[in-house]
Each structure stands twice: as C-alpha cells, then as structure tokens.
Design a binder for this molecule. Structure first.
Ligand code: FPP
Length: 244
C-alpha cells in the first residue's frame, strides 16, 4: 500500500487525536487500562510508519488538560504507562533516528514523568529523521492564553512593539515554536471534535475522521488517511483555477 502514496505530496506534519481506547477495551469486557496499553502498540506502529514514509513531524495528543479530571486511578495508570513506555522505547527511538519532544504544561506532570521525558528528549536531541511530539497536559486554550500573557509582558517591558505582533511573531510564543503547522489532523473512534487540540495551528489543516478505535489503528490506516489527504484540493481561500 505504501507504494500507492505520492512521495511529492506528503504532509510535513501529521497530528493525531488518539481516541477510543476506553470503548475498545469495553467491547472486550476489559478495563480502560487494557485499552491504553494496547494504544501504546498503535503508537509504536504509527511512529514506525511515519518514519518509513518520510513524515517529518508527528504530534500525538496523549493527555489533555481536561484529562486530569478523569478518575484518579486512570490518571495514575496513564502516567505510569507513559513513564514505562518512554523508558522502554527511548533506545528504539534513538536507533531509528526519532527525536522526541513534548508540548504542554509539563510542570504539572509527576516528577518521575518529567525526569524520564527530559532524559529521552536529551538523548534523542540530535536525531533528524522524524520529530515525535507528545502533547501532554496540553490544551490549545491554555497554550494561546500563556502566549498572550507572555506577549503582554514583553510589550510592557518594551521588548516587543504592538506593530510587531503578527502571525509569525505570535507563533514564536506558542509551544509549537519551530514546528510547521500540521497539514493533516486525524481523529480516531468516530468523534467529530477537535477537543482543544492545536486550535491556532490547524487553521488550514485537512481533517480526517475514522471510526477505527485507536488500539486498532495501524500503519495501513495511516496510509489510508494519507491517500485520502492526497486526493483533496487544498485551496487556502483561493479558487481551483488559481492553483493550476
Ligand atoms: C483516548 O481514549 C486516549 C487517551 C486519553 C490516552 C492516550 C494514551 C495512550 C495511547 C497511551 C500512552 C501514549 C504514549 C505516547 C506512550 P479514551 O480513553 O478517551 O477512549 P474512550 O473515548 O473510548 O473512552
């Protein structure tokens, strides 16, 4: 299936809202953690797929600001899963040229989680094949508000002038600084929502929704999403004839 892809029409950046772990587990009479554990296998497969296909940036919505409101045992289990996954997979990321990064209010994560992440980020910092960005304790409203506060502060301190605030300068204050905007946003599990993810950055992203639950999502599903993306006409406000 990979050979069906047009290598000249690949998105640089794919963002994914990984949804449906809980429902996937419930359908099997298992607890939600079982779904998250299987979700990790999908993360593995999709990261590998992106590296093979030649995608430069992959951002995964792994834990939202709102996810802190889930039952305490699920939050703890997710944090433990995150720590153990990073620990287990860091070496593989390194071997495969994957650079790890995180966006979000990272200071709110458990100490052990922060340490594990820092270690893996540091270890993989020279890699250039694929940038894997984990959105953790992330929400777009939080991100935009913290950007506004920093901008207000810089204006107050005279290090930024009002006239200098434009799309490019604003982006410097977002957590995704230096990361190109995603051209393709995928959400699994049949929900048609953005759920506070990358609101500023997806202004012109193509949206792709699939009923597949995240633990069933594999490279083949990624290729399917990419084929769908490659068949779309991206007009950016222009008309068809202007694109030719
Ligand atoms: C959404 O499914 C999934 C999450 C909130 C957690 C995603 C986490 C993982 C896939 C594992 C850890 C990730 C990494 C990067 C190591 P849901 O629980 O909302 O499912 P539901 O809507 O069916 O209840």
């Amino acid at each position: 299936m990979l050979e069906l892809l047009d290598k000249n029409k690949l998105p640089k950046h794919i963002a994914i809202i990984m949804d449906g772990n809980g429902r996937w587990a419930k359908e099997r009479g298992k607890d939600r953690l079982y779904g998250h554990q299987h979700g990790v296998l999908s993360v593995r497969d999709v990261v590998e797929g992106c590296a093979e296909i030649g995608i430069q940036y992959l951002t995964l919505y792994a834990f939202s600001t709102e996810n802190w409101n889930r039952p305490e045992n699920e939050v703890n289990a997710l944090m433990e899963l995150l720590v153990s996954t990073i620990r287990k997979e860091a070496e593989t990321l390194q071997k495969n040229g994957v650079r790890l990064n995180v966006i979000g209010d990272i200071d709110t994560l458990p100490k052990q989680c922060i340490e594990e992440l820092h270690e893996a980020i540091e270890m993989t910092s020279q890699n250039t094949r694929l940038n894997l960005v984990l959105a953790l304790s992330y929400s777009a409203k939080w991100e935009i508000l913290q950007a506004c506060k920093k901008i207000a502060n810089d204006v107050k301190n005279d290090t930024l002038h009002l006239d200098q605030i434009n799309d490019n300068t604003f982006k410097q204050y977002l957590t995704t600084v230096n990361i190109p905007d995603p051209e393709l946003l995928i959400r699994t599990s049949g929900e048609y929502r953005i759920s506070n993810f990358l609101l500023y950055q997806i202004a012109y992203a193509e949206l792709y929704f699939t009923n597949t639950h995240w633990p069933d999502f594999r490279k083949e599903n990624l290729v399917e999403a990419l084929l769908n993306y490659q068949n779309r006409e991206r007009r950016f406000g222009k008309i068809s004839e202007q694109l030719k």
